[in-house]
Write a protein that binds this ligand. Structure first.
Ligand code: RIB
Length: 304
């Protein structure tokens, strides 16, 4: 049976410029066309899950400004339940400054604004009602994430933490997690283990298991993911595509994974599905604008 999913996280407006090379400190470079797109890790994950058919409730905080209004209108168009998206009276909506180079890699600086004003008092009990799975990132206050994780544990909601941006976290964040989904940098920061081989990935997974995490996925960019779970442990390769912009590839992966898990798929099958969704997203510009719909996944062909 399809479960409702809860995503608590950030909403940003992304200001994006494509450039041949990233500027060095003190350098000015001329870039390409300026794009303004909806973004924010939480919102990207919510939109990715909704486009693939998930029943999504999103909890976030925007400013009382045009960016916040546009973001809420966008979520509503995607069919996302936004009853618990609130407004900060004093702070501006989140903004991210993004440069994307010729290889599709990105550099991102976030002005968090209202995202850092999302507190437990903004999230009523009703927000957790009927949720089977919940997904979190770290672009809102860490105390809010910790509080919500504890609430999920009490209410037996399976909690997934995508620990981005990278941050050192205490054991209280990990002990009740159904799944953690760090990338290589985040894994190294959290475990102290450099992810240089499959053996290192196994060690990192053991570190998380020892903290109480039930399942581990380390995302490896174009190499795919490493999954350590009860029924499957190993690398799941990503489809080969021509990358234009990797912004939000991790968010699309997490949103798609959540959708497949909510449909009752195993972690292994859900991971294959999510790798395909993320591969499509890197072939186009932007964050939410790059998240695929189910029919696009059905007709997706990777490059040989
Ligand atoms: O993961 C990509 C996202 O990170 C962007 O959309 C930007 O808003 C930042 O939150």
């Amino acid at each position: 049976m399809k479960q409702k999913v809860l995503i608590i996280g950030s909403s940003n407006t992304d200001m994006v410029v494509k450039t041949e090379l990233f500027p060095k400190p003190g350098e000015t470079v001329l870039g390409g066309t300026f794009l303004m797109n909806p973004g924010g890790k939480g919102a990207n994950q919510a939109v990715a899950a909704a486009r693939l058919g998930a029943d999504v409730r999103f909890v976030a905080k925007t400013g009382n400004d045009i960016f916040g209004k546009q973001a809420r209108e966008g979520f509503a168009k995607e069919g996302i339940d936004i009853r618990f998206v609130s407004e900060s009276p004093d702070l501006a909506s989140g903004v991210a400054l993004i440069t994307v180079n010729a290889q599709g890699q990105n550099e991102i600086v976030v002005a968090s604004g209202a995202n850092m004003d999302l507190h437990p008092a903004d999230i009523p009990d009703e927000a957790f009602k009927q949720a089977g799975l919940a997904l979190f990132q770290l672009e809102i206050p860490a105390q809010t994430v910790q509080w919500a994780l504890a609430k999920c544990a009490r209410q037996q909601v399976r909690a997934i933490l995508n620990p981005a941006p990278a941050m050192r976290l205490g054991p209280e964040f990990l002990r009740d997690l159904y799944l953690i989904t760090p990338n290589e940098t985040e894994t190294e920061l959290m475990t102290g283990i450099a992810v240089v081989s499959e053996e290192a990935l196994q060690k990192a997974a053991q570190y998380f298991f020892a903290q109480g995490v039930q399942n581990v996925i380390v995302t490896l960019g174009s190499k795919g993911i490493y999954l350590a779970s009860e029924n499957f442990t190993g690398i799941i390769p990503a489809p080969v595509v021509e990358a234009v912009d990797s912004t939000a590839a991790g968010d699309v992966f997490n949103g798609a994974l959540l959708k497949a898990l909510a449909d009752g798929e195993t972690l292994e099958r859900a991971s294959h599905f999510a790798c395909r969704a993320a591969a499509i997203s890197v072939t186009r510009m932007g964050a939410q604008s790059s998240a695929p719909y189910q029919h696009e996944l059905d007709s997706f062909q990777e490059h040989a």
